[in-house]
Design a protein around this ligand. Sequence first.
Ligand code: FHN
Length: 585
Amino acid sequence: MTRICMSLALLGIVLFTIGTAGASAAAAPAEAAAAAPELTDPGAPAEAIAHWRGLRFGMFIHWGPVALTGHEIGWSRGRETPIKEYDQLYKRFNPTDFNADEWVATAKAAGMKYMVITTKHHDGFCLWPSDVTDYDIGGSPFGRDVLKELSAACRKGGIEFGTYYSVCDWHHPAFPRGSPGGRTKKPTADLDAYDKYLRAQVKELVTRYGPLLVLWFDVPQVYTEDYGIPMVRMLRGLQPNIIVNNRAYAAAGRKKGFSHQTQVGDYTTPEQRVGGFDRDRPWETCMTICRQWAWKPNDTLKSLEQCIQILVRTAGGDGNLLLNVGPTADGRIEKRQIDRLKQIGDWLGTYGESIYGTRGGPFKPGPFGASTCKANRVYLHVLAWPGGEVRLPPLPRKVTAAGVLGGGKAEVDQTDEGLVVHVPESDRKDIDTIVTLDLDGPALAIEPVAWSSGSLATGAKATASNVFAKQAREYGPAKAVDDDQTTRWATDAGTREAWMQVDLGKPTAIGRAVIDEATRFGGGRVRKFRLEVRNGKDWEPVLEGTTIGRNFEKTFGPVTARHVRLTILEAVEGPTIWEFQLFAK
Ligand code: FHN
């Protein structure tokens, strides 16, 4: 795979240099790239990507002296903790309970196949004895090379080792931005000097602790592609099969956050959310098992159901999941996190064939759940049974057999109109009932089919009284009527009342509503709501309630109306809705 990653400025420089080639200022990037190959990132070999995809599930680790404070790594420097105090923490950092083999055993027990640790976060502290700084583990009472021990334990334990490296460095005098939050400008900024430092450090990571599965860069801020592409090329020269994520540098013309950059690196990195279905561009969701990346006392721990659903919906979208733990200052992963991870591992011990080595689809994720596939088999992960059955779009292949992974009976009615899947309640599993559909041909060859709820509101023009950070493209009300379980309408923090409404285009008979409230943020936030319809100028209520939660379903009326509004009358925090669906009955 070859990517043409080039800012127009660079393109101009290249073309100016070429000159004699008479290349026009708008030379096709391919020509310019051919003329200046050092300005393109060749990408990782396809087989490396396929191998990484097959692993599906990894452990993310955010750790450093900041664990002594219980605040967030990097971000709390100059915020909860004064900069001078933060930068001295390492002199008290002595995690004598750190045992790399135990961490690897925890990851393996969770069914995780790879591990990525923050070798240096935005605070600049290095968990290895670097030759180019004293602000590292060598200067702490602990003194041991954490990366050496962890990479060796991973190899011994049979899981793959990767390194997170923050491009921004709010401690280093030459990086132009500083704490708090990367919002200050350093008078000593010198990006050329910092690039030299960064290259020396990532070279240490690859040559001392490699081969690495991945170099997981983060938050490049002002480190642009003219530095980043040559640096990534250097990396790939050191280890040709290394995989690089999409945050190694800030691409020219970047519109959204670094996690969205699709023209950078080998894969995209949706964060704290399950990415959308995409079989073309590799992607990996990174998510905390609690709420904070670094260790936080009494942090909210995700339930097993949440963790399994996140894993299933990620794999169903053809993505990997990197689930994060934050070890304590004495070097332990909290027991409650170890226990949760073990539960996930036990689930994978029974159902892992439906995750590892699979691809997403052919049914795109929906309210029913998601699907993965391998050879001629489709794994239908049914996370909810709206109406007691699962109705799916038609498949071009014949279902030759059906069953339930782990035991049970599944009946599948297949017609040209679609599939209807039934599993007796007694055979349904907790959290995820995995129905196996054996086909008369390869499942991956089937064009992915979008699941349709059949909701009369799907795709309708939607408006709202409030949208989170005014980011309608990401969190507007249209995201609650798109049949996509990975997108939602969200409102600003502190919003206690809000409404969203849909225009059905013409008077329409409706009699049933399904509302799926996003509850991964510690439960449902709605305490009182009303459903109203309008034909003329007045709104009339058709349904009132208190809490909504996951897949709330209620019949009413029926009524005929063109405009329908969900009014949240009382919420404990900004309400956020995955899907708002309306049906005739
Ligand atoms: O600022 C960091 C954050 O602390 C954490 O490391 C995440 C992990 O993906 N990355 C950045 C936020 O996007």
